[in-house]
Write a protein that binds this ligand. Structure first.
Ligand code: IPD
Ligand code: CA
Ligand code: CA
Length: 280
């Protein structure tokens, strides 16, 4: 029953308000413990870090969902979710700390990222820049907000590449197995500026607020993308894989999330030429 109710505007509003207050609570806990000694371990490779805080934050949300929305499904990076997922149900997709390397080394520029999908459609997205206390949020069809201020639509502005700020990893400028570095070097020459922040969620949030005009990456997991694409979509930005194709809800994928005036140009002129076989 709960799943159907999500589509109801009032229920969706209640859920969104609840989630917002949980995110603010979780953020406060993180800030209070930010200088505590950290136990850092690695996951898929030596650069893929995880801390007790990542697990604690995901557990915090998993417990709330279980109590308040026992029929909803959860996909969480740290494994507190369900193993069987059904796209037609209501699914919460959670990255408890996106930008763990920043969390460990810089104690800033990381985010809590949560997207809620119903029957495969993104209904609610939140990205919380914890240390700056900036909450980006969107309800499908209602626009996107930074704290309580509505973000302007990107659609009314035209934008050329030479006045664009884009974000991608410096690794794509070195010889590598995924992209032709020369095409990416040309992209650096053609745009106004390149930034790399180390948090996918904050990449999306910055596209939504117009601080970045494109965020490009060759491999993200569903929890990196779930909230961001809902928020970017609400301001008229476009999110696809680097070939320009739609990304499935539960897929690992490359991503370009961009201002609508430059998305197609970036895909056609640079990314389709740059990508090597094996990049999804
Ligand atoms: C990572 C960050 C990073 C991106 C990686 C992600 P995590 O998430 O978003 O910016 O380049 O692909 O895995 O591991 O810190 O949650
Ligand atoms: Ca992440
Ligand atoms: Ca994470």
């Amino acid at each position: 029953m709960e799943a159907q109710l999500l589509m109801d505007n009032i229920e969706r509003e209640i859920l969104s308000n609840r989630l917002r207050s949980w995110i603010l609570q979780a953020g406060k806990i993180i800030r209070e413990k930010i200088n505590d000694p950290l136990v850092v371990s690695t996951k898929s490779n030596p650069k893929d870090l995880v801390t007790e805080m990542d697990r604690e934050v995901e557990f915090f949300f998993a417990s709330k969902i279980k109590r308040f929305y026992p029929h909803h499904l959860l996909l969480g990076e740290e494994g507190y979710g369900h193993s069987e997922l059904n796209k037609t149900d209501t699914i919460w997709i959670i990255d408890p700390i996106d930008g763990t390397m920043n969390f460990v080394h810089q104690k800033q520029d990381f985010a809590i990222s949560i997207g809620i999908y119903h029957q495969g459609i993104g209904e609610i997205g939140y990205i919380y820049d914890v240390m700056n206390n900036n909450l980006f949020g969107a309800l499908r069809g209602n626009g996107a907000y930074k704290n309580n201020v509505k973000l302007p639509s990107l659609e009314k502005d035209d934008l050329s590449l030479d006045e664009s700020m884009v974000s991608f990893s410096h690794r794509w400028l070195m010889k590598n197995n995924f992209v032709n570095e020369r095409t990416m070097q040309q992209l650096v020459r053609d745009v106004r500026g390149v930034r790399s922040y180390g948090s996918a969620a904050l990449g999306f949030a910055r596209v939504a607020e117009g601080a970045l005009d494109a965020y490009i990456t060759m491999r993200l997991e569903p929890w990196d993308i779930a909230a961001g694409r809902i928020i970017v979509n609400e301001v008229g930005g476009i999110t696809t894989d680097v070939r320009g194709k739609e990304i499935g809800l539960l897929e690992r994928s490359s991503v370009i999330s961009a201002h609508p005036a430059i998305h197609e140009r970036l895909v056609k002129r640079y990314l389709r030429r740059a990508i090597k076989r094996g990049v999804r």
